[in-house]
Design a protein around this ligand. Structure first.
Ligand code: SAM
Ligand code: SF4
Length: 354
């Protein structure tokens, strides 16, 4: 049942659903700090399928599966297979992962199930910086696993030239800012788009402070001084900005298929006006903003058995009442709060799924 896309109170349509499959993770990135266990009452495959169906009925066209680490979920392929019935209204099913569990077999199974794209996260290009950013001592091994995962995904048919394979990197001032150029080089050599993400104040456990943010503009200018860049047009409802390499990119690729770089500048250039994302946690809470303190429990419409019409109505009501624009209000809120402890609490990143 397709209806006209819903609009929230700021006229933003529902477009993307980010579904977290678990809050657990096999890394312990200090800027994210997952809790180590899931809350009780995780949704099952059927409940997740109902939620995505209701969202697609309300106009969502893209699903991003995330976590915690989504590859820890053994039912991932079953879910993706079950969601194929929502094609073609559901245009894209994407996965964000740290890649540690992306073996050649898993990559093939995900592709076969109908996954469209994979984004792998990697915040450093050497063992020391990967160890620092992943919270693991064996940074060299983690790096090797992610580099292997890139090739497994590529071999399974996730094509970087079609947006099927990308790299995410969070950059923190004074922590891994020296990795901007090496990561750009690594992505160029491998023909991948590199998405550079400003360190965000999601959650409370990471002790975020504005001084720890390296602006996307600084990241871009560092790359530009080495490999000149040219801005690309911003896509509608995109949370990122993109640049192409004037030399056409690396890896021997021609200009036509050169990988761009992109930035997510949630801190220095908030994009709330374009935010079309609904977030659903692994235990069934809907969050209308990445920086929200609390969500809406959707389980009453899922248990003991899903009630499709009532669930759709609940999601529609939630979206229509949405007016969040936290990133745009961040500076003002922080100025009003006399100390950081006066700021409202945020849900944690690994629980929300980014
Ligand atoms: N575990 C998977 C991964 O790391 O790709 C998926 C979940 S993770 C929460 C999704 C993305 O959020 C990752 O690219 C991660 O680097 C990013 N992220 C986590 N905490 C962040 C923060 N405080 N600021 C900016 N990005 C963050
Ligand atoms: Fe795990 Fe991803 Fe959080 Fe790192 S960013 S701890 S890989 S959920």
């Amino acid at each position: 049942m397709q209806q006209a896309p819903l609009q929230d109170r700021l006229s933003r349509p529902l477009g993307v659903v980010r579904l977290s499959l678990t809050a657990r993770c096999n890394l312990n990135c200090p800027y994210c700090l997952p809790e180590g266990k899931d809350r009780s009452g995780l949704l099952g495959v059927e409940e997740r399928r109902e939620l995505v169906t209701a969202s697609v009925d309300l106009g969502a066209h893209t699903l991003r599966l995330t976590g915690g680490e989504p590859l820890l979920d053994g039912d991932l392929e079953t879910l993706i297979t079950a969601l194929q019935s929502l094609r073609p209204r559901l245009k894209r099913i994407a996965l964000t992962s740290n890649g540690l569990l992306l073996s050649a077999e898993r990559a093939k199974a995900l592709r076969k199930a109908g996954l469209d794209s994979v984004t792998l996260s990697l915040d450093g290009s050497d063992a020391t910086s990967v160890a620092r950013m992943s919270g693991r001592r064996d940074g060299g091994w983690v790096l090797e696993q992610v580099l292997a995962a890139i090739e497994h995904a590529r071999s399974a048919g996730f094509d970087p030239a079609q947006g099927g394979l990308k790299l995410n990197a969070v950059i923190q001032r004074d922590v891994n800012e020296d990795q901007v150029l090496p990561l750009a080089s690594l992505a160029r050599q491998r023909g991948l788009e590199l998405r550079l993400i400003e360190y965000m104040d999601v959650g409370n456990r990471n002790g975020w402070h504005p001084d720890q943010v390296l602006s996307a503009a600084t990241m871009v200018s560092r790359i530009h001084s080495h490999w000149p860049l040219q801005p690309l047009d911003r896509e509608a409802n995109a949370t990122h900005r993109r640049w192409r390499y004037r030399d056409g990119g690396g890896g021997g690729a021609g200009a036509a298929d050169a990988p761009p770089i992109s930035t997510i500048a949630s801190i220095t250039e908030p994009f709330c006006g374009d935010c079309n994302r609904l977030r659903i946690t692994a235990d069934g809470f809907a969050f209308s903003c990445l920086f929200a303190s609390s969500g809406t429990d959707l389980r009453p419409w899922l248990r003991p058995r899903p009630q499709a019409a009532a669930l759709r109505q609940a999601l529609a009501d939630l979206w229509r009442s949405r007016s969040d624009r936290y990133s745009e209000e961040r500076a003002e809120r922080r100025a009003r709060a006399t100390t950081d402890s006066n700021l409202p609490p945020h849900a944690e990143m690994a629980y929300l799924g980014g």
